[in-house]
Design a protein around this ligand. Sequence first.
Ligand code: M6R
Length: 613
Amino acid sequence: MCGIVAYLGTREATPILIEGLKRLEYRGYDSAGIAVIANGTLEVARSIGRVANLEAALSDLPDTNATLGLAHTRWATHGGVTEMNAHPHQDDRHGIAVVHNGIIENYASLKKYLQEKGHTFQSETDTEVIAMLISELYAPDEGIDLEAAVQGALREVNGAYAIAVICQSEPDTLVCARKGSPLIVGVGRGEYIVASDPSAIVAHTTQAYALDDYNVVRLSRDNIRTSTLENVEVPPKVMQLEMELDQIELGAFEHYMLKEIHEQPARIRTTMRGRIDMKEGRIVLGGLAAFHKELVRAHRLILAAQGTALHAAMIGEYLFEDLARIPTECEYASEFRYRNPIIDEGTVIVAISQSGETADTLAALTEAKERGALSLGVINVVGSTIARETDAGVYLRVGPEIGVASTKAFTGQVTVLTMMAIYLARRRHMSAERCMTLLKELEAIPDKMASLVAQDSTVRGVVEKHVDRDNWLFLGRGYNYPTALEGALKLKEISYIHAEGMPAAEMKHGPIALIDDGMPVVVIATQGSQYDKVMINIEEVRARGGHVIAVATEGDPNIEGHADDVLFVPPCPECLSPMLTVIPLQLMAYHAALIRGHDVDKPRNLAKSVTVE
Ligand code: M6R
């Protein structure tokens, strides 16, 4: 949700910043902008839309050879998608430019105060108040330099921010700070690349400093200084960025989403690697070892997440109750703290998030921790805010997910939750025999996934028949009810087709009224405890003219007589089936979006990681 990149070094800043913005574009693509200090003058270019538009606008900038600059790609919160609202924002006195990711909650009162002080605002954004506030405080003659002015300004600000700031009268200084939004300082040879995430840094260096909340870092050409808002110096926290460049390249694929769908078999093998001990018949989760006793004794789990991660959490709810017999509740993280939740001893909160930066999920985690819950994270991005805030956790290890529509993170989350459920089940009551059977089946999942991603053209053929329909239903029961929700979300977010997912039985309580002649209804009808009931639901749809696309188990002798189209998945235990049934649904959404001519990796209005509540 907004991407920031800044550079101070010896090379020309502009191409490095533009390249960085392209890497960060998945975080928001409403507008983009850049500011550099060239020959003692602040130069700014901004444009609405993609970074490519900004590149074109750069012809307006003089040929600078600037070695200091910052840039931003925006997901709009305060103020519409206009060039005036695009970052960087400037002050009206000193040639200060600011880029910001986050939300300043008290911006209205600050703006009023600054207007009374004579500042003139250009935009409708909250960010502009940061630029003006720094400007108001900046007084180099009185010893208040850029670093001190930033510290002073941020002491007045409520909300979340990651910012980078430059000032034309300090052409060798870059000041950055964070609270609640991510920011990493990459340290190269004689240069710094600061960015919202490692993808904009790893092409230059893998050495980095992590910033804590309320840290301000002043980078100069020969020094780095990290301090608190009260100017108490703090030692920098060195970190090694683990991301490989080829993990964030498209390679032979046309889109990141397709690449990430195809990566699932290999990535899920990595998720499981070293965690399934077939010899002893048990799951080994080193990340949970320190809290082994508390977890085995836990009497209630709360799984909090948003979007696709919430759908994975809903599958987790079935898994923990069915396999481990622990009462489990699944929550929209965004609603959690507004219902005065009851947290007693033995309650464990599990925050599930690909990015580890989702503000709603972080807020739920904070609430539960304040009320005394033990907190676990199921996170993909190593070292992300949620990963750092939890007491313990299990990483997904699926590699960077760039496509805005989450795919491999979903299967990674379900895999981790399955392993956690088996881990707890075996330590509570599951027999060694049942555990061994499940582990064997779990290990076989990646090969079965590989056979599914190979069905790409079959899925496209089915989609082609229905892609002009504007309303779809997705139905499932039991473990595959959340899969139905996920199928509908995927279709909505990238193809802009209206789709609703629901428990198959719920359809007849209202949504059945939507079914008309030829309406596509995707039904997950794999073999299992719910099969017969799902078949009845299929008949209810067909009786009203709906066109049934069934996701069924290979070898099912009946299904073709009941459905108009069938996509087969390999057999597996019911509790593992969502890891397979979701893949045709991911491919369905991908092809629908492609056929409809949409930007699959950057759907309208969305951003990869939602760092505002
Ligand atoms: O990074 P997170 O897993 O916390 O993100 C949660 C949701 O914003 C995310 O899953 C979103 O729903 C995806 N775009 C869905 O494809």
